[in-house]
Design a binder for this molecule. Structure first.
Ligand code: TEU
Ligand code: CA
Length: 556
């Protein structure tokens, strides 16, 4: 595998709105981020991805962009952005922005002009269709609920397409003029000194043509948008052009948000000549997901988690370099999801950290993960900000669940779980803001916060710091970054273990993914314990005793 500069790095996702508020308006901002660069550096972070900070009405929290060339004043100014790039560079850190080009905002100038003149230049930047028998042209259901076709403002007989929220009209990638505008914008940002992009919802840019109806799959008379997407062919042509016109000439680092690429397509996506540098492993993320709603989604067990991850590792091998996560801004907190209910404590959190962080691939930390932030309890549906959670609540009610049951279902998956403010300290509002936070702070901030963890050498934070340092340690780096991953004891219930095999070094990662202690066989004598989430290790040359949720990293 060709070695690239970012392979041995640690990446970190910032959700700016909830990271650090510098001016007391309750909204995190760029000066707030700049003030925490040293903190991130001390954790061992090299690459920072910022969720969108462009001008936006925030209908989908910035994933609805009204002006790609400016910073939303709530997040700061372009000077702040330049300052962030400069300050990051000083610290050998790289900044990656979110590239949202499947859609823009209905408040973007292009869409306004499309409404003024649907047959003109900008009308062709979107998918606009004439009503069929006075009704919406196609029956697709959008991701966030309701029809994916909405009346074009000012035109009774015309509809526009939005796969996501109605304030997120889809851009028409079939139109070369539209693509040119997108490339111009990307190159403008890369010229500024950005290291690259995380690429949002990218599979959606290719629609199945000619557009048509799909079988109705719910009482709403609509059809899941995936039915259309699975029929779409040719996204690769767009992605090849995108890469050649923008990323490649800039040698940009790119990570695709790619859900279900088609079988065998992985090399095209992240192979040596792939569309992207990397893409996320969403196998555990989408495990148990039901298209019928969150209330029908299945929970994941430790064995399922291990099997999902190993399946991806098997698939990727040396094809490319995958990005490993346990959470992001669209998902519940990893510790609340992958650790069985009631068993979340600092040992199990550190165990989960160990097993995902040392997989082959680029480890990503989502803000707050490094201090073990957990899901937030929901009192009433009114407290929920996330548009997808609000929609899934309705779906659950329509399916006959009581309000209480529906709330329980969405509590598990709500995107708000990951979006509550970062818990910096035990002070008011967890030290996130001096004002009123835009989204309530998780009430557990007095127990879980950075300030206390900095003072405690055994904290989750310090454990993450050790993990990052271990992966970068010149002694072991070659093996931990490039060594082959071979599963160990993969059929043993509630065990997650694997070798990382380098040329002349073997490291074994072993975790007891349950609360009961147990004895496990060792394949060879341990030469050195590189990391342990508990104080002691009881072992001889042939076996090891692991306490509940103990994880160890052994040099064999
Ligand atoms: O997410 C893409 C995506 O597929 C989501 O619909 C995801 O499945 C959903 O959020 C889970 O509830 C990206 C962004 O990460 C997300 O925040 C945006 O809302 C979405 O695109 C639209 O831009
Ligand atoms: Ca602010």
């Amino acid at each position: 595998m060709k070695k690239l500069w970012w392979h041995d790095k640690v990446a970190y996702q910032i959700y700016p709105k909830s990271f650090c508020d510098s001016n007391g308006d309750g909204i995190g901002d760029l000066p707030g981020i700049i003030s925490k660069l040293d903190y991130l550096k001390s954790l061992g972070v090299d690459i920072i991805w910022l969720s969108p900070i462009y001008v936006s009405p925030l209908a989908d929290q910035g994933y609805d962009i009204a002006d790609y060339y400016n910073i939303d004043p709530r997040f700061g100014t372009m000077e702040d952005m330049d300052e962030l790039l400069e300050q990051a560079k000083k610290r050998d850190m790289y900044v990656v922005m979110d590239l949202v080009v499947n859609h823009c905002s209905d408040e973007h100038e292009w869409f306004r002009k499309a409404c003024e003149d649907p047959d003109g230049k900008y009308g062709k930047f979107f998918y606009i269709e004439t009503a069929k028998d006075g009704k919406r042209p196609y029956n697709w259901r959008s991701y966030f609920g309701g029809p994916a076709w909405e009346k074009l403002p000012g035109h009774e007989d015309k509809y526009y397409m939005h796969l996501f929220h109605r304030k997120q009209p889809d851009l028409n990638w079939e139109n070369p003029e539209c693509r040119e505008e997108i490339y111009r914008m990307i190159n403008w940002w890369l010229d500024k000194g950005l290291a690259g992009f995380r690429i949002d919802a990218i599979i959606n840019i290719k629609k199945a043509l000619p557009l048509h109806d799909y079988p109705v799959d719910r009482e709403d008379g609509l059809s899941d948008v995936h039915n259309m997407l699975h029929e779409a062919v040719g996204v690769g042509d767009f992605l090849t052009e995108l890469r050649d016109r923008t990323f490649r000439p800039h040698d940009a680092f790119t990570v695709g948000e790619v859900f279900d690429e088609k079988p065998g397509e992985l090399p095209q996506f992240i192979g040596e000549d792939g569309y992207f540098s990397s893409m996320y492993d969403f196998a555990p993320t989408i495990f148990g997901f039901s298209r019928e709603g969150w209330h029908k989604s299945e929970e994941i067990t430790p064995d399922d988690y291990r099997n999902c991850v190993f399946k991806t590792q098997q698939k990727v091998k040396d094809v490319g370099f995958i990005s490993n996560i346990i959470e992001n801004h669209d998902e519940p907190r990893g510790v609340s999801r992958y650790i069985p209910e009631g068993e979340c404590d600092s040992s199990s959190k550190k165990m989960l950290a160990t097993v995902y962080f040392l997989l082959k691939g680029l480890p990503w930390i989502y803000q707050g993960q490094e201090i073990g932030m957990e899901n937030v309890p929901i009192g009433t549906i009114q407290e929920v900000d996330d548009i997808s959670a609000r929609y899934m609540y309705q779906v659950a009610l329509e399916d006959g669940l009581s309000e209480k049951e529906a709330l329980t279902a969405i509590q598990k998956f709500s995107r708000d779980n990951a979006r509550t403010p970062f818990q910096w300290s035990a002070k008011a509002q967890a030290g996130f803001t001096t004002g009123t936070p835009w989204l309530n702070v998780n009430p557990n901030y007095k127990e879980i916060n950075l300030e206390e963890q900095l003072a405690d050498p055994d904290s989750v934070f310090h454990y993450y710091q050790r993990l990052a340092a271990l992966r970068k340690d010149p002694e072991y780096k070659e093996t931990l970054v490039y060594g082959e991953l071979i599963p160990y004891l993969e059929d043993t219930h509630n065990v997650m273990a694997y070798y990382r095999k380098g040329e002349d070094q073997t490291i074994l990662v072993m975790a007891n993914y349950q609360k009961e202690g147990r004895e496990l066989a060792l394949p060879a004598a341990c030469k050195k314990v590189l990391l342990n989430n508990l104080a002691d290790t009881k072992m001889n040359d042939a076996s090891i005793w692991l306490e509940g949720y103990q994880a160890v990293v052994l040099l064999l």
